[in-house]
Design a protein around this ligand. Sequence first.
Ligand code: PLP
Length: 354
Amino acid sequence: MRPCKIRLSRAALQHNFALIKAYAPQCRIWAVVKANAYGHGLRFAAETLADRADGFAVACVEEAESLRALGLAQPILLLEGLFSPQEAQTARSLQLELVIHRYEQLQWLVECDADYPWRLWVKLDTGMHRLGFAWSDSKVLIQRLRKLLPRAQVHALSHLACADEENDRFTPIQIERFERATVPWAAQRSLANTAGLIRYPNSHYDWVRPGIGLYGATDLLRQRQAVMHFLSEVIAIKQVGAGEGVGYGLDWVAGRPSILAVVAAGYGDGYPRHTASGTPVWLAGATAPIVGRVSMDMLCVDITDHPARDGIQPGESVELWGDQVSVTLVAQQAGTIAYELLCAITERVHREES
Ligand SMILES: Cc1ncc(COP(=O)(O)O)c(C=O)c1O
């Protein structure tokens, strides 16, 4: 069996949840489990948080159906609402809470059942300019909504564009706009993602919506634990002479006689191909840098300076990311973000849950 696997920790997910809860103890928590729980597995995440999360937030009806099939009775929020009128009936029978970001979505609900007490989250565009109604139009919008769906519960939601940026000056502007646009009509309000809830207590409102923090993949959450450990093994040891190139294109050239460990992990598993030489992996109690291009099934690690190099043999376990090497670091080295790496683990990678 190929040794490449992810090991998922329930205890770490629950630990991170508790850290997040401590930031916003008075709030309810939508655990964001869209995109297969950021690659961790929808069932794994939902079952682990079933007795903790107040609700689950997903991106589509299919994900919501999977949650209901697991027997979860908590509120489920569709973050982008309905994609087509046909989904309205399913949303109703699954008792979903729906984001409304354009008028057609309201019309679909009217056509399905104008007298049903739909639970709606009006999405306001407070400056991100992705989804939602202009925040400054909220008054007219709500009047219209109330006429169309007189029995709907109406809540308000917006999304922060810059809360995790180092020199963020925009979040306070979004908070102020949200505040102005949602008083007095919104029954409940939700604005904060992980970065918002950690950095801006005044963005908390009634419900917070953490995703990446739950999975322990943001440096903002100190004391976090990695939920996903991406692991494999050494499958060969190679000696290369000074001046010899390594891997496709012979991109990396040994500056001295070197010892390489070849690891069974590559972009065919979700380890990013563009990861820079020098990015650490963890093996035999210390880090060592990857060298040369990452290929589909393998990557090479320079263990010449590793304190335990003479003991490293095929079969040695390697952590590609996890508690020793953070996924945020690997993402940085690959020119991307941890979210993308977590979502990109491929089918063939084995899964272990603990
Ligand atoms: C609407 C919405 N809310 C909340 C989240 C969770 O954000 P994060 O993972 O940064 O906590 C996301 C994630 O993309 C989102 O799209």
